[in-house]
Design a protein around this ligand. Structure first.
Ligand code: MNH
Length: 484
C-alpha cells in the first residue's frame, strides 16, 4: 500500500475502540448504517478526543465541551468538509452547505440570500407556516388512532419549506405516504454519504461507480424535478421567495448572479437542510413533552395564556417570540438530540489544541454535538430533560460555546430563524389544540438518516377540553353539593 494516511494529524494517535486490525484498521467498530449512533455508544468512554481509522482514512472526534469550545473559536478555526460531506457535492455541488470556504459561489449565495433569513424576513413566511400547520391539523383530524410523529412532522416541514422558499406545493397531506421526492432525495444523498465512507478502501472507487449506477435513476428523477421547478419560474421577475431572489437578484456591488446549476444545488440544499432537521427537532420535543407531564402542562398553560380560549386561534408574528417556555422546551430537546449531530473544524494556521495536540490546516476534527451537549462537567444530570436549563440566568452561568445545535461562525446555519419561528409556532398551535399521550411502553429509538429523528414514535391526540375556562352549563347551574 504505502499510501499516506488521510487526516493523519502529523502522526499523532488518540484512543480508539477495540483491537486495531492490520490493513482494515478499525473497520467493524462502527456500524456503517448508523455511524454516529454507534459512535455515541462507544465514543463516550474514549473522550474528550478519540479516533477511528478505516483503511487509509483517519477520523478524529471531539466529545468534550472544553476542546469543542476551542474548535468553535472562529478566529482560529473554520468549517471543514470531511469525506461524507465532500461526497454530497455530487448532488449539492458548491451549494451553501457543501461549498468549500474559499469557493466564490459561497460568498455570493450567502450575500444574496442572507436578507431572506433575517428575523424580520420571517414575517413573510409566517402566514405560510400557519396555513401549513392548519393543513396538518386537518389531516390529523381526518385520521383515527395514534399518529406517527416524525412522519407527520416531516410532511409539515417539507411542505412549509417548499412553499416558503420555492412557492411549490408537494401535496404532502393528500396521501398517507410521503411524497416520492422525499424518499428519492434522502436515498440519493445516503448513497453519497456511504460512498464517502469507502473512499480509501481497496476497490472503493469501483464500488462507488457501481453505487452511482444503481442510484442513477433516482438522481435523474430528483434533478429533473428541481430543474422543472426552476424552469417554471425562469423569465418571471417575481422575487417574493428564495427562488425568485436566486433567479432575479444580482449582487449590488459586482452584478454577479447565480448560475442555473448553482441554483439547482441551492434548492436541493435548502430542501434537505431545511426539512428533516426541523422535523426531528419538533419530534424530539413532542417526545420529551409526552414523557414529562409537568413540562407539557406548563407549555400548554403558556399556549393558552397567549392564544386564549379558541382552539383554532393562531399567534401573530410578534407573539411567536413570546412563547418563552415552549422555546426552552425546543432548546432542551435539541440539547439532548441535536438533529444535526456533528460538524467538522480545521485550524486556519498550524496550532495546538488542548494545550498539547498539534493541528495543521489539512487536519480536521468532528465535533460530536450530542456528547458535547451532555458533557457532565457542564450539564448536571445531562440525560434529564429540563427546559429550565435555558432560563437566561442559567445560560449566563455556562461557558459560551457549550450549546451549538446550529453550528458556529460564518458557516453556521442560515436557516436558524426559520427553524425556530416555524417550530415554536407549530408547537404553540399544536399544544393549544390537542392533548397528547405517548405510548408508555415506547422506548425512544433514533433513526439515523441524513439527520437524527425519533423512530416509530406515536402519539394519540385528543382535542383539548378546557374544563375550567368553559364550565359546562350543568356545573354552573348546579354546583356540586358541599360534602357535609
Ligand atoms: Mn441548518 C448549516 C443545523 C434548519 C439551512 N445547519 C447548518 C449547520 C448546522 C445546522 C449545525 C452547520 C453545519 C456545519 O458546520 O458543517 N439547521 C440545523 C438545525 C436545524 C436547521 C439543527 C433545525 C432545527 N437549516 C435549517 C433550515 C434551513 C437550513 C430550516 C433552511 C431554510 N443550514 C442550512 C444551510 C446551511 C446550514 C443552507 C449551510 C450554511 C453555510 O454554510 O453557509
Amino acid at each position: 500500500m504505502g499510501r499516506k494516511l488521510k487526516n493523519d494529524w502529523s502522526g499523532q494517535s488518540f484512543p480508539h475502540a477495540g483491537r486495531r486490525k492490520p490493513f482494515v484498521g478499525d473497520l467493524g467498530v462502527s456500524d456503517p448504517r448508523n455511524p454516529l449512533l454507534s459512535l455515541l455508544g462507544w465514543g463516550a468512554r474514549l473522550g474528550p478526543i478519540y479516533e477511528l481509522q478505516i483503511f487509509r482514512q483517519k477520523f478524529v472526534f471531539v466529545s468534550g465541551a472544553e476542546l469543542a469550545a476551542e474548535l468553535c473559536d472562529e478566529k482560529r478555526f473554520c468549517k471543514a468538509l470531511p469525506p461524507a460531506i465532500t461526497a454530497l457535492r455530487q448532488y449539492a455541488g458548491d451549494g451553501l452547505f457543501t461549498a468549500f470556504n474559499d469557493e466564490s459561489n459561497w460568498q455570493l449565495a450567502h450575500e444574496l440570500l442572507m436578507p431572506a433569513f433575517t428575523r424580520s424576513a420571517m414575517q413573510s413566511y409566517h402566514p405560510i407556516m400557519l396555513e401549513t400547520a392548519a393543513e396538518l391539523f386537518a389531516y390529523w383530524d381526518r385520521q383515527s388512532g395514534p399518529v406517527d410523529v416524525t412522519r407527520s412532522m416531516t410532511k409539515l416541514t417539507m411542505e412549509t419549506l417548499s412553499r416558503a422558499a420555492f412557492s411549490h406545493d408537494f401535496g404532502s397531506f393528500a396521501t398517507e405516504e410521503p411524497h416520492p421526492f422525499v424518499g428519492a432525495m434522502v436515498r440519493a444523498l445516503e448513497t453519497g454519504r456511504r460512498k464517502g465512507g469507502i473512499g480509501t478502501a481497496p476497490g472503493g472507487q469501483w464500488v462507488g461507480r457501481y453505487m452511482d449506477r444503481r442510484n442513477a435513476a433516482r438522481q435523474a428523477y430528483v434533478d429533473g424535478l428541481l430543474d422543472d421547478l426552476i424552469a417554471a419560474r425562469s423569465g418571471s421577475p417575481e422575487q417574493h421567495d428564495l427562488l425568485g431572489i436566486m433567479l432575479n437578484v444580482s449582487h449590488p456591488d459586482t452584478g454577479e448572479r447565480l448560475s442555473p446549476l448553482n441554483i439547482r444545488y441551492q434548492i436541493l440544499t435548502f430542501l434537505v437542510a431545511g426539512h428533516e432537521t426541523t422535523s426531528g427537532a419538533l419530534s424530539f420535543t413532542l417526545y420529551y413533552l409526552s414523557r414529562n407531564p409537568e413540562c407539557l402542562a406548563a407549555a400548554q398553560r403558556e399556549a393558552d395564556e397567549l392564544l386564549g380560549d379558541d382552539p383554532d386561534a393562531t399567534p401573530t408574528f410578534e407573539q411567536v417570540a413570546k412563547f418563552r417556555y415552549i422555546r426552552r422546551c425546543l432548546d432542551e430537546a435539541l440539547r439532548i438530540w441535536p438533529t444535526v449531530p456533528a460538524f467538522a473544524r480545521s485550524p486556519r494556521t498550524e496550532t495546538t489544541i488542548g494545550g498539547r495536540y498539534r493541528m495543521r490546516p489539512e487536519d480536521w476534527a468532528v465535533i460530536i454535538l450530542a456528547h458535547v451537549h451532555r458533557d457532565p462537567t457542564i450539564w448536571e444530570n445531562p440525560d434529564d430533560y429540563d427546559p429550565d436549563r435555558f432560563l437566561p440566568a442559567a445560560i449566563k452561568k455556562r461557558p459560551a460555546q457549550s450549546y451549538k445545535p446550529f453550528g458556529t461562525g460564518l458557516r453556521a446555519c442560515i436557516g436558524r430563524q426559520f427553524a425556530l419561528h416555524e417550530s415554536v409556532l407549530v408547537l404553540a398551535c399544536l399544544l393549544h389544540r390537542y392533548d397528547l399521550r405517548g405510548d408508555p411502553g415506547y422506548e425512544l429509538a433514533v433513526d439515523e438518516r441524513l439527520t437524527m429523528v425519533p423512530k416509530n414514535f406515536e402519539v394519540t391526540l385528543t382535542p383539548r377540553v378546557r374544563a375550567l375556562k368553559h364550565p359546562s352549563p350543568l356545573s354552573e347551574e348546579s354546583p356540586l353539593p358541599l360534602i357535609e
